[in-house]
Write a protein that binds this ligand. Structure first.
Ligand code: GRF
Length: 203
């Protein structure tokens, strides 16, 4: 199987997937890491691991449709079975999302359906949440609303700042995202009913 990972910046979730793929000897390889920003830090890590990298710069495209079309063209050149958004900070058109139906996953730093969109940790603190967390979900046209594959929760501490909470959640992201991508690769998820279930029950 072939996995394509899309990033916009640091790429620590991408790194976690790359490392798990190697360490656990998945029946898959990372076919490419693609960024919409030429200066994304994660590109260096990918290149250092011998993973093909590509940039599709959104600022060089006149419209969202044109950007998405070019992005899909580049992605499809790698014939991916799974496309993982890992800190990819562009909203995708419905056409793009539908093209990757059942293959496209995202990680979001909140316990969805709470706090879709940006500034999740700030909003969780402002709401007085006692738990926060992260969610891996299938991507559907509505932002951060697709069927949930896996979640992890962390406590919110009275002393927390946006940064300290983000750090605690990120550590969980690095555990659950590789696990979810592995389930996709292994084909053990039932994606048919709009609610994702693991074939072997809970895992
Ligand atoms: C992560 O918290 C991800 O959930 C969010 O943006 C951050 C990206 O971090 N959407 P990284 O690029 O994977 O290090």
């Amino acid at each position: 199987k072939r996995i394509v990972i899309l990033i916009s910046g640091r790429g620590s979730n991408m790194e976690a997937i790359v490392q798990a793929c190697e360490a656990e000897q998945w029946r898959a390889r990372i076919a490419a890491v693609i960024s919409n920003r030429p200066d994304a830090k994660g590109l260096q890590f990918a290149a250092s691991r011998g993973i093909p990298t590509a940039v599709v710069d959104h600022t060089q495209h006149a419209s969202r449709e044109a950007f998405d079309a070019e992005l899909a063209r580049v992605i499809d050149g790698y014939r991916p079975d799974v496309v993982a958004l890992a800190g990819f900070m562009r909203i995708l058109t419905a056409r793009f999302v539908q093209h990757y139906h059942g293959r496209l996953v995202n990680i979001h730093p909140s316990l969805l359906p709470a706090f879709p969109g940006l500034h999740t940790h700030r909003r969780a603190l402002e709401a007085g949440c006692k738990l926060a967390g992260a969610t891996v979900h299938l991507v559907t046209p509505e932002l951060d609303h697709g069927p949930i594959i896996i979640q992890a929760a962390v406590p919110v501490l009275p002393s927390d700042t946006e940064d300290s909470l983000a750090e605690r959640v990120l550590a969980k992201e690095h555990l659950i995202y590789p696990r979810a991508v592995r389930w996709m690769v292994d084909g053990v998820l039932d994606l048919r009913k709009g609610i994702v279930t693991h074939r072997d029950g809970d895992a």
